[in-house]
Design a protein around this ligand. Sequence first.
Ligand SMILES: Cc1ncc(COP(=O)(O)O)c(C=O)c1O
Length: 394
Amino acid sequence: MPGFEIFGDEERKEVQDVLETGVLFRYGFDAVRGGHWKARSFEAELARKVGVEHCHLCSSGTSAVSLALAACGVGAGDEVIVPPFTFVATIEAVLLAGAVPIFADVDETLCLDPAAIEKAIGPRTKAVMPVHMCGSMARIDQIADLCKKHDVRLIEDTAQAVGATFHGRGLGSFGDMGCFSFDAVKTITCGEGGATVTNDSRLHEIATQYADHGHDHAGADRGADEHPILGTNYRICELNAAVGLAQLRKLDRIVEIQRGHKNKLKAALSQYAEISFREIPDPEGDSATFLTFFLPNEARAREASAELAKAGVDGCFYWYDNNWHYIRKWNHFREMRSSAPLPQSLLAKIPDLGGEHLEQSNRVVGRAISMLIKLSWTEADTDERIRRMAGVFA
Ligand SMILES: Cc1ncc(COP(=O)(O)O)c(C=O)c1O
């Protein structure tokens, strides 16, 4: 997810605006900031792109997920339905909110399976949090219907899928709240940064307060602000926001380049009988950060992954054996290892964080390989990849 690959003069110019004023803070200093409001500008432009009313830019994707949980009122003992295939941040945010992650299976979209969500919904379910993994979408229309039917909150972890849409509508806009990440390896980057989006002005208000120690941001004098709720510091710095603003303006071009490379590689792999592809509910809306394909079984997927690396086809991830993205290696959650006792340890029943029941997810993720798509590839580079892949699959 290569926003950093096209860091250039545009980013330098936005950062320079901030450096010239010396106002690195997103709030206040109105008279001396030379009219530069980088965080605010980013928020307005991302909201327009996703097609929502409100956006709040914050310090990371992890803090965005925490803000969404806080705004949706998810707390002590509440259950949140999550996938076992995500980055650990999704689960950390749920645990640190004092809530209980309930793992439900993913299907061949690599995202939560609506049927598995429905089975997992119970009286304590407060929210469902699908994660739009690897640049593409969950069956978000069906999941939204389910959440409505059961009257539970829908929070979309869209950290990995900025620029992706489902039937023309931006991912992140289907839920009560959507969350984005702009860390160093995302489609666009702030260096570090994240954002929440929503159409609900009340949820937006709580998120902006929670991210800034509960400040109500009512007047020009921060010192005179009231604090309607307890909060913390998830603020973004103007320098990070400035980088993100330049990157956001490149998003359409990034996605277009990714789609070109991905289509070419996918067409090349389509000729091999042993390969099938990740299901994408709306292929037109794929942001194309990865090409994910399936091998017939776990053994062959592991073998092909090693052969691709040996052939010099870089950036191919076998998530099933990965420490960060699949539940199998999340022993610290399973054993509830933390620096201090977690709130969940006070529950009458300690949550099951092992996911032993997730046979469908094991079958899906165990056969999957995701190939990273890079912006900097030339035609000759993609031709060479295709030649090397032929050595593995032909
Ligand atoms: C699905 C998902 N959620 C949340 C995050 C957290 O984002 P950040 O690294 O900006 O805190 C990530 C980052 O990799 C992610 O992939």
